[in-house]
Design a protein around this ligand. Structure first.
Ligand code: PAF
Length: 280
């Protein structure tokens, strides 16, 4: 596995593949890789000749008082895991490489970025859209893969690429879960053993709500209120629980068929998100 730190080195390596007519799949990450990330790499390998992974803890998607400083940085371990998965190239840029000090341009996907996680984390999705746009321009992949766990993030990125005519196919890959149902996340490392046992109830709350809807409940407001109550009783401080139309994340109406349930809640100091999507 080749490891490069600069955009110039990255472009040089990719150009050599392109001359041979090889296709490129890209998996952007912030590192601290778990099985969810590795699943993205495994899926990527089925779809392209070459796999590029980036590890970049993007400062602009963290708000004031969030965990940018303490976000787990485990580059040595991550490199070993990626080498085992036969990754071709790891891009490990410095902040100054991605954000030149005089940079004047940011990318914002309006509307979609302002609700759910965007409402609680102002500026977060602009940080994500800006860095992913930059990374797409650096790598120029044929295909890019993201975890469906970050459902809203994926919607923001797809909209950004569509609106800016970035010629990349964007694929969402199913969430990888612990045996308890807890979605794998780098932030799970912040949970105590006791909290980790409770954390699985986040996915359980989604399953209960989905089953109620599939059984015919059409009062989505009541479904949301019930889920929020159960989460509070379990020890979470819920941020939102929303029954949405999966195509545009608008609040679902009773005749919508493709749904996604989005949830975010704090457990102790850790903010967890999860979702479940289904057809009815
Ligand atoms: O999902 C993540 O790890 C990050 O938000 C991403 C997409 C790599 C952008 O920094």
């Amino acid at each position: 596995m080749q490891v490069v730190n600069t955009v110039v080195e990255l472009r040089h390596a990719i150009k050599a593949w392109r001359i041979k007519g090889e296709t490129v799949a890209f998996v952007p990450t912030m590192g601290n890789l778990h099985d969810g990330h590795l699943q993205l790499v495994r899926e990527a390998k089925k779809l392209a000749d070459r796999i590029v992974v980036s590890i970049f803890v993007n400062p602009t998607q963290f708000g004031v008082g969030e965990d940018f400083e303490s976000y787990p940085r485990t580059e040595q371990d991550d490199q070993k895991k990626l080498a085992i998965e036969d990754t071709d190239l790891l891009f490990l840029p410095a902040v100054a490489d991605i954000y030149t000090p005089d940079a004047k341009t940011t990318v914002t996907v309006s509307g979609l970025s302002d609700k759910y996680c965007g409402a609680s984390r102002p500026g977060h999705f602009s940080g994500v859209a800006t860095v992913v746009c930059k990374l797409f321009n650096c790598v120029q992949p044929d295909i890019a893969l993201f975890g469906l766990k970050d459902f809203q993030q994926l919607a923001v990125i797809k909209t950004m690429a569509r609106d800016l005519h970035i010629p990349v196919e964007i694929l969402g890959v199913d969430t990888v879960r612990e045996p308890s149902g807890l979605a794998m996340s780098s932030r799970n490392g912040y949970l105590t053993v006791k909290e980790k046992a409770v954390a699985a109830k986040l996915f359980y709350s989604l399953c209960v709500a989905r089953d109620a809807i599939l059984a015919g409940v059409q009062d989505y407001n009541a479904v949301e209120q019930q889920a929020l109550l159960s989460l509070t009783q379990a020890g979470f401080v819920p941020d939102y629980f929303s029954v949405c139309r999966s195509s545009d994340l608008a609040k679902a109406a009773p005749d919508d068929r493709e749904l996604v349930l989005l949830v975010a809640a704090k457990l102790g100091k850790t903010r967890l998100i999860d979702n479940i999507y289904f057809s009815r």
